[in-house]
Design a binder for this molecule. Structure first.
Ligand SMILES: Cc1ncc(C[n+]2csc(CCOP(=O)(O)OP(=O)(O)O)c2C)c(N)n1
Ligand SMILES: [Mg+2]
Length: 1096
């Protein structure tokens, strides 16, 4: 870094003062740009420049006391050499004397660089000697003018260099002409020494060690610039890109559909990760469901902004080359990351000539259209060497994306990030988006997401573009980012682009431009518009600024938020514009859909509130940061030697087999409806064995009961199918994250749709695979899920609290006796089955008796399994009101009555079957149950479809302050051990959650009391469930469960049949029709059939 600067070819450290540093930088950069002829007029204020120019080894200097003549001399030099000459003058009329020559140069397109010394601002307009207004002194006769600040070490010195580079680019680009840089200097003007901070040289290391200009401007055709030596051929850029190890394609604002497509093509060609800004048109992508390749081929790191919240990620991420298409990046964190990547090559491509480089780090500035740039790159082939890097970024992005989606979807109320998250669904091929400033554009950039397009749009797109994904044209006023005139601009944009524009604005922005509504009502040749106003009653953005916490709320309210109660509805009425208020997520969806097809304009007003918005943003940031840390810890634990280069996988499945077990139970399962007249009870199921290529084996259990919708026969068929297709399937490192990874793995690797795999099969498969990976890594099921939790010592002392299960047949006395024996044994939580009797009064009598018997400290739960009518449940509820029940599980048969039940009785309830029956998005379905009366969610992984779904529901419960209770479905010791570890994992998550919210909850008793039913087991190792004297409850040892799974051996005495690989016939069937033909791959299991197997 800076220490190394001593050894560099160009040294600045020995400059006496900061004036000399800046003057020296100016002259050196001119020389590197090929500009070496300096016309120096005498003067004191300009002495730092004159000294630097005259002492530079490569410059030629000439002098004249008459600035007018000197300037004409410079014009002559430039005409003759086709290179700009530099003119240095003192302040005052010395500058004015340059005007005639500047006019001549301007009219005759002669490049010149004017460096005029000036007084610092404190001496202007204050009667100081020789001080006149030199800013904009030459009016329209210069192509570019810039007034530098007086030199200071508070500003990065590289800014001086990018100013010179930009000025020379203007002078030597069509139409060539003079450029003016005004240079104020503060005394001392000589070389007397003054302490200055070396820190201002940050980012100059490479510049100092070379002889190249800081920012090289590349114009695809510019003769004069090349002559001046200022132009770098495109070949250099190509070479850089070819040699890139870790490249990033950053897409800023892109304005036309052609250019958006060109950028997409470039992304595919380079195969670099892509960060697409909201204004690029590629952030809110619409995907064709049938053609997902684009998402597979191009890695869009949509959530880099939030991933960068993690300090670990900030320290780890580094790109050696960044290509940015289109200026302006909305995300500050991404811009900061680009700065932190320095020294790196930073290539900015845009067709305007301006310096859009606020951090002053651009090394190559290519001035051309996106298409021209892509054309010039498409002829070259680039090697794709950063697969591993892309893979890491993909995992990181996926995990952060999952968390963002989770937080947004799990929030019952409509939030501003939710609007940004779902807005793509309201856009079609015929629409465009106009984003307002303030929070709106940032939220869309941070929380927007791509989504699948629906059928009509697909047809349209295929005809339109024949490309696999649809970009959405997005515009905004980011030139000056004002909140004025946004509505009017959006309406103009709608006329101009002839699309159905959806405009998103904040309330203050809307109020700033209500006259836009008058333009809206003049429907001149445009399609109807939807204007979505987020009304948080003020400028919410200020609540996110660091000073918000430290400022008096009244001052914030009045002078920052400008809080108001102005009615947007009445404003719309005044302009006869349709207005639709929106208060919930569902209402928003309906409003957006409704107006998509209507012919009228409308204003949809989403109600929000500054405080809640600020809190939710902070939750999102914390959660995304944790997700990014989690992703990093998974990636950093990749075992050495894992192959990432070929297909980015962690393991390969060698084979799978499964065995039917039959074990004895002590009693019939409580879920059993059959009458049991004999004393022998059995449980049947399958043990899956998944073998990895490294020899590790993991076991899983698939054992459907009556509560499952599938039975043993269904399951066997599906397992047979899996047995054949799973061979050779790869597992990547992200699979154990349980954040949608299994769902996408099952679809993309096994080709099975999420809804087609039976819940118990998916659960068993997840169990077997996670256990196999744990064996292979020499760790445990828990460490798979949460690598940060690895601490073997803690496992030794940890146990999971178990809730005993009582099938409460019998008289109150009999049941109370059983319950108190359980308490004596050490149980502190008991669940009693109710609603088996005809009369809820009898159930209530049993519960009252039990409570009496076991005392007040035992947690009592009851489970009605939805068997009561509402009236029966109410009757029971009122009778047990004083029994202090922890909760009543599924009291009523009608799902919609459960919240009503809580409200009427004031008793806590829990969900169980309700979640089992969710077909689609669990979080949307759960939204109905945020009511505080629902205190727990009972999760049976085998019934809801595995650990991934179970973890999602548990996180929802934890987020809403509810208990997430894991419950077994009478599985064997294998399933139970995995559930013990899963319960422990959830408890740890809950600790993190509650610590964040500053409230520690006691441990939860999990529904694993079914172990008492096992008379026999599939394993010889006993489950370590004992009274834990330290904790004071009946608990399952975590270390015991880890050991059981590690050393698991199937007890062959209980195995009835094993399914290994059977004969499979593979063949193709080809069907030829008139205009098309298609081929079907058939895998046939079992005996050879008579089907003709002619191949195509
Ligand atoms: C013309 C103009 N005036 C002032 C500002 C400063 N400013 C930026 S955001 C903002 C508040 C915008 O409030 P709103 O439109 O309600 O959006 P929110 O912050 O609530 O998302 C203001 C006043 C600006 N950008 N432009
Ligand atoms: Mg607002």
């Amino acid at each position: 870094m800076l220490d190394d600067a001593n050894e560099t070819s160009y040294s600045l450290q020995d400059q006496a003062n900061i004036n000399a540093v800046w003057a020296s930088l100016i002259v050196e950069e001119c020389s590197r740009l090929g500009i070496v002829y300096f016309c120096v007029a005498p003067g004191s204020r300009s002495s730092p420049l004159a000294i630097a120019a005259s002492s530079h080894p490569l410059t030629t200097c000439i002098s004249c006391f008459d600035e007018r003549s000197l300037a004409f001399h410079a014009v002559g030099y430039s005409k003759g050499s086709h290179k700009p000459a530099v003119i240095i003058t003192s302040s005052g009329t010395a500058v004015s004397n340059l005007l005639p020559a500047v006019v001549e140069a301007s009219q005759d397109f002669v490049p010149l660089l004017l460096l005029t010394a000036d007084r610092p601002p404190e001496l202007l307009d204050a009667g100081a000697n020789q001080a006149i207004n030199q800013v904009n002194h030459f009016g329209s006769f210069v192509r570019f003018t810039f007034s530098l600040p007086a030199p200071t070490d508070n500003i990065p010195a590289r800014m001086v260099l990018t100013t010179i580079d930009s000025a020379v680019h203007w002078a030597t680009s069509l139409p060539f002409g003079p450029v003016h840089i005004n240079c104020p200097f503060r005394e001392p003007l000589d070389d007397s020494s003054d302490n200055w901070m070396l820190n201002c040289l940050k980012g100059l290391d490479i510049w100092m060690s070379g002889a190249e200009p800081f920012t090289k401007y590349i114009q695809l055709q510019n003769y004069l610039a090349c002559k001046a030596g200022a132009c770098v051929p495109m070949a250099e850029v190509l070479e850089i890109i070819k040699g890139t190890d870790t490249g990033l394609l950053l897409l800023g604002a892109i304005h036309t559909e052609d250019e958006i497509w060109a950028a997409l093509l470039l992304a595919k060609h380079l195969n670099w990760p892509v960060v697409a800004d909201i204004l690029s048109g590629l952030r809110l992508r619409k995907l064709l469901p049938s053609l997902p390749e684009i998402e597979e081929n191009v890695l869009f790191v949509d959530h880099l902004d939030h991933a960068l919240l993690s300090e670990g990620v900030r320290g780890w991420i580094h790109f050696d080359v960044i290509v940015q298409i289109g200026s302006r990046i909305t995300s500050k964190r991404v811009s900061q990351m680009v700065e932190d990547c320095f020294p790196c090559t930073y290539i900015l491509v845009d067709n305007h000539p301006c310096r859009h480089d606020p951090s002053h780090f651009v090394t190559h500035r290519v001035q051309c259209s996106v298409r021209q740039f892509v054309d010039s790159l498409m002829q070259s082939q680039f090697s794709h060497r950063s697969n591993k890097w892309c893979f890491y970024l993909r995992v990181l992005n996926t995990m952060v994306a999952w968390d963002i989606s989770f937080q947004i979807n799990a929030e019952y109320s409509i939030t501003e990030p939710h609007v940004a998250h779902v807005i793509t669904e309201a856009l079609s091929a015929e629409s465009a988006l106009f984003v307002g400033n303030s929070m709106i554009i940032r939220d869309a950039d941070m929380y927007g997401r791509s989504c699948k397009t629906h059928a009509q749009s697909i047809a349209h797109m295929m005809l339109d573009s024949e490309l696999p994904c649809l970009s959405i044209r997005v515009a905004g006023n980011r030139g000056a980012s004002g909140i004025d005139g946004l509505l009017s601009t959006a309406i103009g944009f709608a006329v101009g682009c002839n699309k159905q524009v959806l405009c998103l604005v904040g309330d203050v922005s809307m109020l700033h431009d209500t006259n836009g509504l008058a333009i809206l009502t003049q429907r001149v040749s445009r399609k109807p518009m939807r204007i979505l106003v987020i009304n948080n009653h003020g400028g919410a953005i200020f609540s996110l600024l660091p000073f918000a916490d430290k400022t008096d709320p009244q001052i914030l309210d009045r002078y920052f938020y400008t809080s108001h109660t102005i009615s947007i509805q009445k404003l719309c009425e005044a302009h006869s514009v349709r207005h639709l208020p929106v208060k919930t997520k569902v209402e928003l969806q309906e409003a957006l859909l409704k107006f998509e097809h209507e012919k009228t304009d409308c204003v949809i007003e989403v109600e929000s509130c500054i405080g809640a918005n600020s809190t939710f943003h902070s939750t999102l940031r914390k959660s995304a940061q944790q997700a990014a840390d989690h992703a990093l810890s998974i990636l950093s634990r990749l075992p050495v030697g894992v192959s990432i280069s070929d297909g980015l996988f962690l393991y390969k499945i060698h084979k799978m087999n499964f065995s039917l077990y039959r074990i004895q139970l002590c009693a019939p399962p409580t879920s059993s409806s059959a009458d049991h007249h004999h004393n022998e009870f059995h449980r049947e199921g399958y043990i899956l064995s998944v073998y990895l290529e490294d020899g590790s084996v993991g076991y899983g259990e698939v054992a459907p009961l009556e509560i499952h919708k599938e039975n043993l026969v269904d399951v066997e068929e599906q397992l047979l199918f899996l047995l054949h297709i799973i061979k050779g399937i790869k597992i990547d490192v992200s699979l154990p994250t349980l954040k949608g990874s299994f769902t996408s793995w099952i679809w993309s690797n096994l080709g099975i749709m999420e809804c087609s795999i039976f819940p118990s099969v998916r659960c068993g498969l997840e169990m077997a695979i996670l256990n196999a990976i744990a064996v292979s890594q020499g760790s445990s099921f828990i460490s798979m899920l949460q690598p940060q939790m690895i601490n073997e010592e803690i496992y030794e002392k940890s146990s999971v609290k178990i809730c005993a299960l009582v099938d409460s047949n019998g008289t109150p006395n009999e049941v109370a006796y059983i319950a108190s024996s359980l308490v004596e044994e050490g149980f502190t939580a008991i669940k009693l089955k109710v609603a088996r009797r005809a009369d809820p009064i009898q159930d209530a009598a049993v519960i009252c008796k039990v409570r009496n018997e076991v005392g007040p400290c035992v947690e009592l739960r009851v489970d009605a399994n939805r068997k009561w009518t509402y009236e029966e449940a109410i009757q029971f509820g009122f009778l047990v009101r004083d029994c202090d029940l922890q909760y009543i599980e599924e009291p009523v048969e009608n799902v919609d009555d459960i919240v009503k039940f809580c409200e009427e009785t004031g008793l806590p309830a829990a969900l169980d079957e309700t979640i089992d029956n969710f077909q689609e998005s669990h979080l949307n379905m759960l939204a109905k149950y945020t009511h505080p009366g629902i205190v727990a969610v009972v999760i049976k992984p085998s019934v809801i479809g595995g650990f991934e779904k179970a973890a999602l529901i548990a996180r929802w419960a934890q987020k809403h302050g509810k208990m997430a209770v894991v419950s077994a479905a009478f599985e064997s010791g294998l399933g139970l051990s995995t559930y013990i570890l899963f319960s422990y994992y959830l408890e740890q998550l809950n600790v993190v959650y509650t610590v964040m919210n500053r409230e520690i909850r006691p441990s939860i008793a999990h529904g694993l009391g079914t172990y008492k039913w096992l008379k026999q087991d599939v394993t010889a190792i006993p489950l370590g469930i004992h009274y834990d004297p330290c904790k004071g409850f009946m608990g399952a040892s975590v270390a015991g469960a880890i050991q059981l799974l590690k050393n698991f051996k199937v007890n062959n005495n209980v195995i009835h049949k094993t399914f290994n690989e059977e004969q499979v016939h593979r063949y193709h069937l080809t069907v030829n029709s008139k205009n098309f033909s298609y081929s079907i791959k058939v895998h046939e299991v079992g005996q050879e059939s008579n089907v003709s197997t002619g191949t195509s």
